[in-house]
Design a binder for this molecule. Structure first.
Ligand code: HEC
Length: 298
């Protein structure tokens, strides 16, 4: 319910900000706001601007078309894999398929109403043991995992149902050790600071290079100048919003919305850039989406 309310308020604010109030009259009387900015900040193509590429995607030679196409296709597949990976890992956090706000909250803030053991036994690990065993394990976790019951009651169940996968050879937690089981039986505090720092720096370094090259290639397309600037800048802004939102979500679950918006924002921006670049390299101009060609002329 909270989430629906947040969404409605956000939608209302956005609608108020962007609703076209008096498009025709205002255009006649008042310049649009970007024309009121100092010239250096106006997003306008100027004949004196020196472009670092000085060519367009349609005109570059075949070897470079192959180079860029190869890169963009691999990145496109990579982005889809990243999407699938999110579905399969974070998507499972609340035990239901598909990425929801709860998945993000559980991943970063944790599910503080229970332990990871409990949420996994009600989610992805549900099929691994019969109900009475699951209840017994959940009860033990809720009792704060008393060591006295480990040898007699809990270890035999874990040995029987879980250790075939959760053993010392596996990359998933090894449940032959009490300490590891205790860790997942403790109340779930979400991602740890060390996980967040690790994932954040890999994410920021790695993904900014992807967007550097995707943006660089797209920079050579023929596209409405203002939108080109916006599309190239968007992924970097959203990348920062995304990574910042993980940290904020760790402490305030409502920021999970920013994770959602950040991910959505740079998926859309990179999809538009990749498709535009591919189309302009390989298709004749009359097949481009008419708007692009029209606007690029002006
Ligand atoms: C068929 C193999 C298999 C069996 C059997 C199995 N698990 Fe898992 N378990 C996995 C895999 C794979 C993951 C990691 C993927 C994931 O997080 O969904 C995992 C993850 C977990 C996690 C989350 C660990 C973490 O820190 O992210 C918990 C808790 C868990 N299992 C509990 C259990 C319990 C309890 C049992 C026995 C009732 C069990 N599992 C049986 C394969 C198995």
């Amino acid at each position: 319910m909270d989430h629906v309310l947040t969404l409605v308020v956000a939608a209302a604010v956005l609608a108020y900000a962007f609703w076209p109030r008096c498009r025709k009259q205002c255009a006649a009387t008042k310049p649009p706001f970007w024309k009121t900015l100092p010239p250096s900040l106006q997003l306008k193509q100027d004949e004196n601007m020196i472009d670092i590429t000085n060519t367009t995607l349609a005109r570059i030679s075949l070897p470079y078309k192959f180079l860029f196409t190869g890169f963009l296709l691999v990145i496109g597949v990579g982005l889809m894999m990243a999407g699938a990976q999110i579905m399969l890992t974070h998507g499972q956090a609340d035990g239901k398929p598909g990425v929801s706000i709860n998945d993000i909250v559980y991943s970063y803030y944790g599910n503080r109403s229970g332990s990871k053991l409990e949420s996994m036994l009600n989610g992805a690990m549900k099929a691994m043991a019969p109900d009475d065993v699951r209840f017994k394990l959940i009860q033990w976790a809720r009792d704060e995992a008393p060591e006295a019951e480990w040898k007699s009651d809990i270890e035999p169940l874990i040995q029987k149902h879980c250790v075939s996968c959760h053993n010392a050879e596996a990359t998933i937690p090894d449940f032959t050790k009490l300490s590891n089981v205790k860790q997942v039986a403790a109340v779930d505090q979400g991602a740890s600071i060390s996980t967040l720092t690790r994932v954040s720096h890999i994410h920021l370094f790695g993904i900014s290079f992807i967007f550097l090259f995707v943006g660089w290639i797209f920079g050579m397309s023929e596209f409405d100048f203002r939108w080109k600037v916006i599309l190239i800048a968007t992924p970097f802004a959203f990348l920062l919003i995304d990574v910042m939102s993980w940290w904020l979500t760790k402490y305030y679950p409502v920021f999970a919305w920013f994770t959602m918006i950040g991910g959505f924002g740079y998926s859309v921006a990179s999809t538009v850039m990749i498709f535009t670049s591919l189309i302009q390299m390989w298709l004749p101009k009359h097949l481009w989406w008419p708007k692009w060609a029209e606007r690029a002329e002006g």
